[in-house]
Ligand binder design. Structure first.
Ligand SMILES: *Cc1c(COP(=O)(O)O)cnc(C)c1O
Length: 387
C-alpha cells in the first residue's frame, strides 16, 4: 500500500527508540544503565491512585465530554489563576491525552499551509515534527551555550516574518534544563506584543525547578499576553503520571472549542476515571511534588559533580527539569556515534543531541535511581577517556 505523504515527512521519536533499545538489551540480560527516558522513576502518589480507583468503583467508566470532565477543567482553571497568575476560566481549558497531545491538537487546530512556527534549538524532539504534520513550517533558531540555550529578543525579532504564527517556548527546557528568568520572559513578551505573534508555552516542567523563584508563565507577563499565549501542561512529570496520558491546553476559548471538535472526531474524552486522579493531584496536598523535586535536586548535584570531573565534557548548570546536556564537541565525534558507542560498548543509554537539533551535545536524564547514576557515570568516564 502507498503510504500517506504526511507520514513520509516525519521520523519516529528517537527518544522512544533508544529507550526501547535499552529495554531490549536489558531483556537479553545485559546490565544497561539508562539515562534515556524522560520519565520520573517514582510511583504515582498514592492519593491520586486511590482517587482514580474510587472513580472506577463509582462507575465513572462512561463517555464524557470531549473537552474533559467539567470538574477537572474547573480545577485546572483555578490552578492557572492561583498558581500562575493567569486569568483563566473553564472554557479556556481542554483536557488532552498528555502534554504531547495538547501541542498536537493546538497545531492541528490553528496552522494553515505555510504558517511558520519559530522553534529555538535545542528543542524537544516532537515540536518540529508536529508542526510539519499540521502543514506548518518549523523555523529553527539556533541558540548557544553563551545565552544558556535560550532565544534572545533580538533573535526572535529577526526570525519573525509576516507568516509567523507562533513562538514555541519551553521553560524549564527539555533537553537543556535551562529556565528563562522573569526578566528574560518579559523581554520576549515585549517582542511578541509588538509583533502580534502568539506563543505556545510548554510548561510541563514548571514544578521541577532548583532556584528560589517560581517560573513566570509568559501568559502572566502582561494582560495582553494572556490573550496571545497557549499554555501546554500535564500531569506526567510533576506527579509521575506518564502512563496515565493526561494533559491540558489553556488559551483563548475559540481555539479550545476547535480543539474539542477535533478531539470529538478522534480521541473523544480522555479516560474518564483517570481524570479523577488528576483532580486529586491538583486539589490535594502538593507535598508529593516537593518530595520528588528534592530527590531530583540531590541527583542533579551528584550528576553535575561527577560530569564536572570528566575531562572533555563541559556542562551548563540546569535550573530545572531532570536533564543535563553536556557539550561533547571537543571529543571529535558526532552525538549519534557517541551515543551508539556508549550504548553498545559500555551499556549506557543517552540521547544524541542531534535529535534535538544540537549535534554537539548529549542528553542525560537523571530521573533514575542514584545507583544507576553512579555506575553509569563511571562507565561514561571510561568511555570518554578512551576517545
Ligand atoms: C514529557 C514532555 C511533554 C509531555 O508529555 P506527556 O507525557 O504527553 O504529558 C511535553 N513537553 C515536553 C518538553 C516534555 O518533555
Amino acid at each position: 500500500m502507498e503510504r500517506a505523504a504526511r507520514v513520509a515527512k516525519v521520523t519516529p521519536s528517537v527518544t522512544l527508540a533508544i529507550t526501547a533499545k535499552a529495554k531490549a538489551m536489558r531483556a537479553e540480560g545485559l546490565d544497561v544503565c539508562s539515562f534515556s527516558a524522560g520519565e520520573p522513576n517514582f510511583p504515582t502518589p498514592k492519593h491520586v491512585v486511590v482517587a482514580a480507583q474510587k472513580a472506577l468503583d463509582e462507575g465513572k467508566t462512561r463517555y464524557g465530554p470531549a473537552a474533559g470532565e467539567p470538574e477537572l477543567r474547573r480545577a485546572i482553571a483555578t490552578k492557572l489563576r492561583t498558581y500562575n497568575n493567569v486569568e483563566c476560566q473553564p472554557e479556556n481549558v481542554i483536557v488532552t491525552n498528555g502534554g504531547k497531545h495538547s501541542l498536537y491538537g493546538l497545531f492541528m487546530a490553528t496552522l494553515n499551509a505555510g504558517d511558520e512556527v519559530i522553534i529555538p534549538a535545542p528543542y524537544w524532539v516532537s515540536y518540529p515534527e508536529m508542526v510539519i504534520l499540521a502543514d506548518g513550517e518549523p523555523v529553527i533558531v539556533q541558540t548557544t551555550a553563551a545565552s544558556g540555550y535560550k532565544i534572545t529578543p533580538e533573535q526572535l525579532r529577526d526570525a519573525i516574518t509576516p507568516r509567523t504564527k507562533f513562538l514555541v517556548l519551553n521553560s524549564p527546557s527539555n533537553p537543556t534544563g535551562q529556565v528563562y528568568s522573569h526578566e528574560e520572559i518579559r523581554a520576549i513578551a515585549q517582542v511578541v506584543e509588538e509583533t502580534g505573534i502568539y506563543v505556545v508555552s510548554d510548561e510541563i516542567y514548571e514544578k521541577i525547578i532548583y532556584g528560589e523563584k517560581p517560573c513566570l508563565s509568559i501568559a502572566a507577563a502582561s494582560a495582553a499576553m494572556a490573550a496571545r499565549t497557549f499554555i501546554s501542561n500535564g500531569f506526567a512529570k510533576a506527579y509521575s503520571m506518564t502512563g496515565w496520558r493526561l494533559g491540558y491546553l489553556a488559551g483563548p476559548a475559540a481555539v479550545i472549542r476547535d480543539m474539542a471538535t477535533l478531539q470529538s472526531h478522534s480521541t473523544s474524552n480522555v479516560c474518564t476515571f483517570a481524570q479523577y486522579g488528576a483532580i486529586a493531584a491538583l486539589n490535594e496536598s502538593q507535598d508529593c511534588v516537593e518530595t520528588m523535586r528534592l530527590a531530583f535536586a540531590e541527583r542533579r548535584e551528584a550528576v553535575l559533580a561527577r560530569i564536572g570531573e570528566i575531562d572533555g565534557l563541559s556542562c551548563g548548570v540546569p535550573g530545572g527539569a531532570f536533564y543535563v546536556f553536556p557539550d561533547i564537541s571537543k571529543l571529535g565525534l558526532g552525538s549519534v556515534e557517541f551515543c551508539d558507542r556508549l550504548l553498545n560498548e559500555h551499556h549506557v543509554a543517552a540521547i544524541p543531541g542531534a535529535a534535538f537539533g544540537a549535534d554537539g551535545n548529549v542528553r542525560f536524564s537523571y530521573a533514575t535511581d542514584m545507583d544507576t547514576i553512579m555506575k553509569g557515570l563511571d562507565r561514561l568516564e571510561k568511555f570518554v577517556k578512551s576517545l
